[in-house]
Design a protein around this ligand. Structure first.
Ligand code: GLN
Length: 189
């Protein structure tokens, strides 16, 4: 319905789901913390947060969420561990293959200014034991790069970031995700 807030699920089994929820609420969305398949039933979009991908995958299976996740029709946004969880080797919802902890120990965590596609204002990227995308399908668009590596990508209705936009005050990446949710809703309407 026009004017009603978007209902966004945030997978809340492990990781920094609270930060995503806070940012989405700031942008006017209604947030559902998702721990059961039923909670996925009427969300317009879903965020898979950063954290520890092995733990997140185990809990997804334990709570019986994997089938329900794969059946989602709305837009999906994965950050860091969430990007790993969505790749071809895990839930297979984004046509990418990701290498975990790919920046090595010395530079495990860092911040860098990113150039966002079509925007003059740089974006501060917070990288924490971040993955690197090793392979991507022909339909995957790169929306931001760091030193030649893609760090923000879009595969149709799925957005993935190897950094943590939920850990800064800059809401632009979440706004981009909510635009994708609305776009997807229009396509389905
Ligand atoms: N290194 C973590 C993993 O492999 C991801 C880290 C993060 O989400 N900040 O799951």
């Amino acid at each position: 319905m026009m004017g009603s807030p978007l209902r966004i699920g945030v997978l809340a089994v492990q990781g920094d789901f609270r930060e995503h929820a806070a940012m989405l609420r700031r942008l006017g969305a209604e947030v559902v913390e998702v721990r059961t398949p039923e909670q996925l039933e009427d969300v317009d979009g879903l965020v898979v947060p950063g954290g520890e991908s092995t733990a997140i995958m185990r809990l997804i299976r334990l709570y019986g969420l994997d089938t329900a996740l794969r059946r989602l029709h709305g837009a999906v946004f994965g950050t860091c561990a969430g990007m790993i969880v969505l790749d071809r080797d895990h839930l297979g919802m984004a046509d990418i293959v990701v290498d975990r902890n790919a920046y090595g120990r010395q530079v495990a965590s860092f911040e860098a200014e990113l150039e966002l596609d079509g925007q003059s204002e740089p974006l501060r990227g917070v990288f924490i034991r971040a993955p690197i995308v090793r392979e991507r399908g022909p339909d995957v668009e790169v929306l931001a790069e760091l030193d030649g590596e893609p760090v923000l990508l879009r595969d149709g209705r799925v957005l993935v970031a190897s950094f943590h936009p939920e850990l800064t005050d800059d809401t632009r990446v979440h706004e981009l995700f909510l635009d994708l949710v609305r776009e997807r809703e229009r396509v389905r309407a």
